[in-house]
Design a protein around this ligand. Structure first.
Ligand code: SF4
Length: 319
C-alpha cells in the first residue's frame, strides 16, 4: 500500500468543565493508507469515538482539540476554513454512527434523505440523484422500493444499511464506522460486515472501524490500533497482532476473547477497571492492572516504539 491518505500526529482532545480537565485523546498518532481498513479497539471511554469525531471536527462542546494535526492528503484538517471543511465532510470523509435511528430523519422518506445529500454536493438533476439513491440502496442489499419508506418502517439492520448507503453516496475516500453493528444481532452483524468488506474491496475506500469487539476487528481489519486510557498501546497488522501481541493489555484482551471452537481454556477477565481520565495514574496508565509491571512503569510513560515491521508497542518491557 502507498503513502497514507490520512495522518494523525500527536492529537490531543480535552473536555473542560469548570475546574475539571479530562484529556480524552492524548498525543495519539495514527495513519490510514488508501484502501486500508484500520480497526480501533479498546474498552469504553478509551477515546475511540472522540478520535473519530475529531477527524471530522464534529466534536460537541466542551471538547477542544488542544494539540497535534490531522492531515488529509497533506492538508491539515484542523487549519482549513468552514467552506473547505464542508467539502471535506461527506465528500472525502464520511461517518456511520452506532445508532441509525438517531442518524436518520424519522419524518422524511429514505429516498429524499439520500437525494438531499447528493443534490447538496453534486451538480446533478433531481432525477439523476434519485437514480443514484436507488443504486446505492441496491448496493447495500435493500430493494429500491424502500426509497419510499420512513426509517421506522425498516428493521434495525436495514436502517444501518441505509446509513452506510448515505455514507457512500458521494464516493468518499475514507468512511469512519463507529460501532455500526453494536445494536444488531450477530447474524445481521455478520451480513453487514461482509457487505462492508465487499463494498470496500470493490470501491477501494479506506475504513476506520471502531469497536470494543477485538475478535471482530481481527477478522475484519488490515491493521489494528489498541487504545488504552486515551493512549495508543499497540499498532500492528491484524495477523501479526493475533499471533504476536506484545503489549500486556493486548495480550489480556486476546485472552478475554471467547473461543469459536470448543476449548478447555476459558476466557479470562481483565482485573480492575480503566482509570478515570480526570486523574490518570502516572507512568504507564495500565500499570495498576498489569501483572508484569516493573518499577519504572509507575513513573515513566513508555514510548511507542517499532518492534517489528509496522508493529509498534508502548511498553517498557518491549523497549
Ligand atoms: Fe505493564 Fe509496564 Fe508494560 Fe505498562 S509499561 S504494560 S505496566 S509492563
Amino acid at each position: 500500500m502507498n503513502e497514507p491518505i490520512l495522518k494523525i500526529e500527536n492529537l490531543s482532545v480535552d473536555y473542560v468543565t469548570g475546574e475539571t480537565l479530562v484529556r480524552a485523546v492524548d498525543r495519539v498518532s495514527l495513519d490510514v493508507k488508501p484502501g486500508e481498513i484500520v480497526g480501533l479497539a479498546g474498552e469504553s471511554g478509551c477515546g475511540k469515538t472522540t478520535l473519530a469525531k475529531a477527524i471530522l471536527r464534529i466534536l460537541p462542546p466542551p471538547a477542544i482539540i488542544t494539540g497535534g494535526k490531522i492531515e488529509y492528503r497533506g492538508k491539515n484538517i484542523l487549519e482549513i476554513n468552514e467552506g473547505e471543511l464542508r467539502k471535506l465532510r461527506w465528500q472525502k470523509i464520511s461517518i456511520v454512527f452506532q445508532s441509525a435511528m438517531n442518524a436518520l430523519n424519522p419524518v422524511i422518506r429514505i429516498g429524499e434523505q439520500i437525494t438531499d445529500v447528493i443534490l447538496a454536493h453534486k451538480s446533478v438533476s433531481p432525477d439523476e440523484a434519485y437514480d443514484r439513491a436507488s443504486q446505492l440502496l441496491e448496493m447495500v442489499g435493500i430493494h429500491p422500493i424502500h426509497l419510499n419508506s420512513y426509517s421506522h418502517q425498516l428493521s434495525g439492520g436495514m436502517r444501518q444499511r441505509v446509513c452506510i448507503a448515505l455514507a457512500l453516496a458521494l464516493e468518499p475516500d475514507i468512511v469512519i464506522m463507529d460501532e455500526p453493528t453494536t445494536a444488531l444481532d450477530v447474524i445481521v452483524e455478520r451480513e453487514i460486515l461482509n457487505q462492508i468488506k465487499d463494498l470496500q474491496a470493490r470501491l477501494g475506500f479506506s475504513v476506520i472501524y471502531i469497536t470494543h469487539d477485538l475478535a471482530r476487528l481481527l477478522q475484519f481489519s488490515h491493521r489494528l490500533a489498541i487504545l488504552y486510557a486515551a493512549h495508543i498501546a499497540e499498532i500492528a497488522p491484524a495477523q501479526e497482532l493475533q499471533e504476536n501481541p506484545l503489549h500486556p493489555y493486548t495480550q489480556k484482551l486476546m485472552r478475554a476473547m471467547p473461543s469459536l471452537v470448543p476449548s478447555e481454556v476459558k476466557p479470562e477477565t481483565i482485573p480492575g477497571t480503566p482509570p478515570s481520565l480526570a486523574s490518570p495514574p502516572p507512568g504507564c496508565r495500565f500499570h495498576p492492572r498489569c501483572d508484569r509491571a516493573i518499577e519504572i512503569c509507575q513513573r515513566e510513560k513508555p514510548p511507542l516504539v517499532e518492534k517489528a515491521t509496522n508493529h509498534l508497542v508502548a511498553c517498557h518491557l518491549a523497549s
